[in-house]
Design a protein around this ligand. Structure first.
Ligand SMILES: *[C@@H]1O[C@H](CO)[C@@H](O)[C@H](O)[C@H]1NC(C)=O
Length: 489
């Protein structure tokens, strides 16, 4: 039998209950479906925790409202705890026996996803327990809205910056609740013609700023400035100026087609003066002169920095698409990845009121662009996208799921958006009867994660070299001062 700890046991029972199979059957499936390499003595239990967790998360995320379910959030966290301490040997004494779960498991007809009450759960929750980066990186990307393998370590850093690199349940829970809110806001905007926008099919509103008339976005063109509302979608920026108490028809600034777009931070001020570092410049061959969007705020420029980041992410995702001549499904998958990334970034920003300069980027295409060896990430992503299969892997027990994972990948980001309720007509039948084979496989490091690690370690050397140069300069000043002192004597 498996040497499973109480913590893992707890998660496994829930996982089994969701999957509606016995431990023996699940273990049998694990034994026949997965290669010997992941079933070595030392890693067997941890990989079995991964196997059960991935299957259970896959199942749970078919419910469109899973992010709102407190027990889903708890389950995911427990899976990470279980991953950290999968074996009896590594687990300190756990006095609470999860025996009541067994009773509840037998009761089959409840409406909730999980039967036990949250008060019962609270007994199980040990708030002193926290999660480290590896457990987070192994479990979170199995639910693609929660994390992407490319930025999963940066996301962990952002979530743990104030808790000495350990993730607490309350922070994780707050992040997921915020993510749920962001997704709902975006979903509500889908059918509406807000800001007098005429959105295309499949166009998703990612964020809106300036909707409160007291905090508008200012659009500068030449000498004139006008307050209004700025909207970013996965294809374009829209600015609707505030006329007599209402918004005029919005002007569209394209981010998708190749119009030699340039987006960068800029200075603006009244009457064309360059005073405040709070603007984003948009230039392209389709505008007569560059347009500046100013994001006034009392202190700092984090509002601008955020908008700069998310606009660049969309622009870069489209560039990546054009450069690789992707087909329709691959294009949608790339954009869906960018969309999910922006949802996550927005969720972190809104939940923790942090600004982007406090952590490394949470946006995959921005990350690839900012690292000197970021090309490796994009090349790896591109070769993975080449393996996309439209139908995904069918749920078929006779063939090894693991073998299929090697040959075919599902468009996980598209399917995830679909599960969350962003289905466009074309893509709505993609997910039917499909077992999502995600970015992450039991016991294996994703190639994308390896590519990110490689480009970061190369960057580390660049930064180290830079630091040495800076130090030399400082020492140079000191030396000069010393020389001056000598002269004055
Ligand atoms: C704006 O873009 C156009 C077209 O690429 C270019 O000709 C023009 O010089 C650019 N203007 C500025 C100020 O960058």
């Amino acid at each position: 039998m498996l040497g499973i700890s109480a913590q893992s046991g707890f998660s496994l029972l829930i996982a089994l209950w969701i999957l509606k199979v016995s431990t023996a059957e699940l273990q049998h499936r694990f034994d026949i479906e997965l290669p010997e390499t992941v079933k070595q003595l030392l890693t067997y239990t941890r990989n079995f925790v991964e196997f059960c967790s991935y299957q259970a998360l896959n199942m749970v995320s078919r419910n469109p409202d899973y992010l709102s379910d407190p027990e889903f959030r708890r389950l995911m966290y427990d899976m990470m705890l279980a991953w950290e301490a999968p074996c009896v040997e590594t687990e300190p004494e756990n006095k609470e026996s999860p025996s009541y779960i067994n009773e509840e498991l037998e009761d089959e007809d409840g409406s909730s996803l999980f039967h036990f009450s949250s008060t019962n759960l609270a007994v199980q929750v040990d708030d002193k327990k926290t999660i480290g980066p590896e457990a987070f990186a192994r479990i979170a990307p199995a639910c693609p809205v929660v994390a992407d393998v490319i930025i999963v370590h940066n996301l962990f850093d952002a979530l743990t910056s104030s808790s000495s690199h350990r993730l607490h349940f309350l922070i994780f829970d707050k992040y997921l609740r915020s993510l749920d809110k962001v997704v709902k806001v975006a979903k509500n905007a889908l059918g509406l013609s807000i800001s007098n926008l005429q959105l295309d099919e499949g166009e998703i509103t990612l964020d809106v700023d300036g909707a409160v008339p007291t905090q508008p976005v200012l659009q500068h063109v030449g000498m004139s400035a006008w307050p209004g509302r700025l909207t970013l979608t996965n294809y374009a920026l829209y600015f609707g100026s505030l006329g007599m108490g209402s918004y005029d028809k919005a002007v569209r600034y394209d981010l998708a087609t190749d119009l030699k777009q340039v987006i960068k931070p800029e200075l603006t001020g009244p009457l064309g003066a360059r005073l405040f570092d709070k603007a984003v410049m948009y230039n392209s061959s389709s505008v007569e002169e560059p347009v500046y969007f100013e994001f006034p705020e009392f202190k700092g420029n984090s509002r601008r920095d955020y908008w700069l980041d998310i606009c660049l992410e969309i622009l870069r995702a489209h560039r990546f698409i054009r450069k690789n001549n992707f087909n329709k499904i691959q294009q949608s998958e790339v954009l869906a990845r960018a969309v999910l990334g922006i949802f996550r970034y927005r969720a972190i920003r809104e939940a923790f009121h942090t600004c982007s300069s406090q952590y490394k980027t949470l946006l995959a295409f921005n990350l690839a662009e900012s690292l000197p060896k970021g090309d490796i990430i994009l090349e790896t992503l591109s070769s993975r996208l080449a393996l996309l299969s439209v139908g995904g892997a069918q749920h078929d027990m006779t063939e090894s799921l693991h073998t299929k994972q090697k040959l075919k990948l599902s468009p996980v980001a598209i399917l995830t958006l679909g599960q969350l309720g962003f289905n466009s007509q074309k893509e709505s039948n993609l997910g039917a009867g499909v077992e999502v084979v995600g970015d992450i496989c039991v016991g294996e490091t994703n190639l994308l994660e390896i590519a990110v690690k490689k480009s970061i370690s190369d960057t580390g050397r660049v930064e180290a070299a830079q630091a040495t140069v800076n130090q030399v300069k400082v020492e140079g000043i000191d030396t000069n001062l010393a020389v001056m002192k000598v002269d004055f004597r």
